[in-house]
Design a protein around this ligand. Structure first.
Ligand code: ATP
Length: 403
């Protein structure tokens, strides 16, 4: 295997890092790329009040996941587990032990490469890994980088490749920290990394989580889940707003419920149970062992207690997985938006979409019928609230149709 290692402070990780990393993976045909946040950076003094190393690692993990390259690009916390300065020579030695048969490729931007002869044990670095350097500023740096590559080859026997990237992003973490401290929203941060920064109050941001703008709330929610769920969350938000407009529900409530409905989707069972305990959320036997059922309860709890959402939003999220008998209009809309938002694709989805805008109760009856059938086919327990919701619709569904 060819394994890339991209070290840095990543405080915070930005589009400059990500654009270069993604291109390096393709150009070098790397099987794996590890983003390695420095535990204690040897080359840079961290400003007072900086995020912890763990927080920088978590931001790097969110940024890596956002590249949507699966396991191929991941953040690695190996430097966080070591005492003292995080020297690259030590990191490469550890990675060589971990992957003895594989070729290591150390990636870096021009600023780091130019001073490599001054790093701790450059000869070890050059012996343990190929070097790949890319310019931070476009093509004008390339001759200088090639001269340095030749120098490192003569001095340390380095195997160095100068990568010409088709796209570079002129940005530094330093500039982004300044913008964040001034209350700006830097364009070179991905939404989830920005959301993580807001949730944790990093870099002098002092967002009141209970009074976020829609964009800030969206970023916070996206920062809590894997990138593969982002399109669905955006889809539910858009569909919920369309449905609210159509049926005369509160559009802001629909938007907020759509944004937050899945925010706890990837928590562990223990994390769900801790939230339920903290906010006194009662659970039945089925819910106590099912993350799928729990995520609507814990999502609702965080929507109310962390993000200051109102009762309507709380209950719309609370019931979005099982449903219940006699649902409110907003509860129906969020349940249905989750079921048939534009990214959903299953037999019958077009009919369900049509009904959602013509006869809401018929749509809900169809959705519960399909849900119950699917659960039966898969041999899963049907939650009493879902069966109750279907039974209620079959006896009380009054056909809320569009006039
Ligand atoms: P700071 O502003 O805090 O010094 P930085 O933006 O330079 O941070 P680092 O985390 O220190 O970011 O950099 C990690 C690695 O990413 C280094 O190899 C660096 O050269 C490279 N790098 C940083 N910014 C860019 C960019 N805009 N384009 C390409 N590579 C970059």
């Amino acid at each position: 295997m060819k394994i890339g290692i991209f070290g840095g402070t990543f405080s915070p990780p930005h589009l400059g890092h990500l654009t270069s990393a993604a291109q390096a993976v393709e150009k070098l045909r790397l099987d794996k790329l590890l983003l390695v946040p420095a535990g204690t950076p040897p080359h840079k003094e961290l400003p007072p009040g900086s995020p912890t190393a763990r927080q920088r690692f978590e931001m790097a993990a969110i940024a890596a996941d956002g590249l949507r390259m699966g396991d191929r690009v991941q953040a690695d916390d190996l430097e966080l587990c070591r005492e003292g300065k995080s020297f690259t020579a030590d990191t490469l030695a550890l990675l060589h032990e971990r992957y003895p048969q594989d070729a290591l490729w150390l990636l870096m931007g021009s600023d780091m490469f130019i001073s490599l002869q001054n790093w701790y044990h450059p000869e070890q670095i050059c012996a343990l890994a190929h070097l790949a350097v890319f310019s931070r500023h476009g093509a004008q740096d390339l001759p200088q980088l090639q001269t340095q590559a030749d120098h490192l080859k003569e001095t340390f026997g380095a195997r160095a490749t100068v990568l010409e990237l088709s796209e570079t992003v002129e940005v530094s973490s330093t500039r982004l920290r300044e913008e964040l401290a001034r209350g700006e929203r830097p364009a070179e941060l991905t939404d989830p990394v920005y959301g993580y920064i807001l949730r944790n109050g990093l870099y002098g941001t002092r967002a009141d989580l209970k009074h976020l703008t829609d964009e800030e709330l969206r970023c916070c929610s996206l920062s809590m889940v894997y990138a593969k769920r982002h399109a669905h969350i955006r889809g539910v938000e858009e569909e919920a707003v369309r449905l609210a407009r159509h049926w005369g529900a509160d559009e802001a409530d629909a938007r907020h419920a759509g944004i937050l409905h899945d925010c706890t989707k990837y928590l562990s069972l223990a994390e769900h149970l801790a939230i339920c305990k903290e906010y006194n959320v009662p659970l039945d036997e089925l819910e106590q062992v099912s993350e799928k059922l729990l995520h609507s309860k814990t999502g609702a709890a965080l929507a109310r207690h962390l993000y200051g959402q109102n009762e309507q939003v709380y209950w719309a999220i609370y019931w979005h997985t099982t449903g219940r008998p006699d649902m409110t209009l907003l509860e129906k809309l969020i349940y249905l938006a989750d079921y048939m938002e534009p990214n959903r694709d299953f037999d019958g989805v077009e009919e369900l979409r049509r009904l959602c805008y013509e006869d809401l109760d018929a749509a809900l009856t169809l959705a519960f019928t399909m849900s119950v059938e699917e659960l039966k086919e898969r041999g899963k327990d049907i939650h009493p609230n879902t069966q109750g919701a279907l039974d209620w619709m079959l006896t009380h569904g009054k056909g809320q149709s569009c006039q």
